[in-house]
Design a protein around this ligand. Sequence first.
Ligand SMILES: [Fe+2]
Length: 362
Amino acid sequence: MKKSVKIILALVLAAIIGAGGFVIYKNSQGISYDISSVEKVQNDVEIVSETEDGVTIKKNSDGDFKVLMFTDTHLNGKKAKDNMTVTYIVNNINEQKPDLVIFGGDNISSGFNKKRTTEFAELMENLGVYWATVLGNHEGEGILAVSREKNVEIFSSYDYCLMRNGKDDIEGNGNYTINVLNSDGTLKEVFFFMDSGSYMTDESKAEYGVTKEGEVYDGVKTSQVQWYKDKHDAITAEYGKFKSITVVHIPPYQAEREYSEEDYLYGEKREGVCESGFDSGLVDAMIQKGSAQAVYFGHDHVNDFGVMYKDILFSYIQPSGYGVYNMESKFDSPENEWIQGCTLINIKEDGTYTAERIYNHK
Ligand SMILES: [Fe+2]
């Protein structure tokens, strides 16, 4: 073998070993928080039954059912910022002692995220509180990122995670419900979780008549809307009339078009709403079925408004991440103007609820 060929082979081998080492190093980066240090949250919620696309849980004591919602935590391997995000998640959970925790997606972003994905689930397992999530547009994105399918598989393998992949014959990963029962077995509330995807493909643009070129945010598809209707009918057949809340990551198509800032009940729009680029009929289905109290979403990290649209609350979950664009990085805002926090809802026996926006810095 010629000397020059040997040198080239040696360089290629060195590059492969170097790249492998880099991958191993990046995958070894956890969420930068001592997840073994947390203590279990005491509550009396139990799983009663489950199917491939839904879990029924029951709170065995009377009183409000407390749900704490976070979104866009974006744990991305930046040690100090990730540590800050997780510290506030843990502190808020310890303070509120919720019966259920919900994450609005973009939980663990960037590639090389398997360890962080697993540790995030372990953290929640150690806290011993039931939790659920939808996938955001950034899940599955980046070099060697955990795929969307795998993300659901990892999360749902943990006892305290109520996320389910849902039916295989509809689009998206993580289309499922949580039925919340009162201690007497009556239905208090239903949560619909739906995968709003990431970015539209050329095929889906053609299918939904989207002519805009380039990057267009995805949304809930028609097969998922049909699932929503069918599931709604099935729950009605079992329990009768009920109230429901839907959680998606990307704001629905109507989230900016159908009302103006004068209509806001609270919060502000500090950036354009990056909503789904098409309307598959989800909101119409919600109106038609009649149970919907609210649709909660994340995605835009410096917006936190809520508004009523045809008797349904459209609301951002309070954003929760520090290692991603936020009030500080986007506007250079002083700490007392940062909006990171979480949204607390207290659901009464009949499904009516009150909501509170918790700020970490105010
Ligand atoms: Fe995000």
